[in-house]
Design a protein around this ligand. Structure first.
Ligand SMILES: [Zn+2]
Length: 92
């Protein structure tokens, strides 16, 4: 009886081995991504300053969280700090 059980087990193994292998899927290599031709331009901070009477005048508002040196991006309805994410909505 034990022999038969063993034979049965072998059959199952054989069936598992005979399983058709899944068709090989061609993997698209991730290296083929087109690189953007734009190079990262440095932030032109000097554009945000004006010189009046020998003093530097900031054209943009500074970030209340980051302090002076970090300016807020001004949108139509919103001011946003790109460094810390601080935002101010202007309603109306
Ligand atoms: Zn900030």
């Amino acid at each position: 009886m034990a022999k038969e059980a063993k034979k049965e087990a072998e059959k199952i193994d054989a069936a598992a081995a005979a399983k058709p292998k899944e068709a090989k899927k061609e993997k698209k290599s991730q290296k083929e991504k087109p690189k953007s031709k734009k190079k990262h331009a440095k932030v032109q901070v000097w554009k945000l300053y004006d010189v009046k009477d020998g003093k530097a005048v900031r054209k943009r508002e500074k970030c209340p969280r980051c302090g002076p040196g970090v300016f807020l991006a001004a949108f139509k309805k919103r001011k946003y700090c790109g460094k810390c994410g601080w935002a101010l909505w202007q309603h109306g």
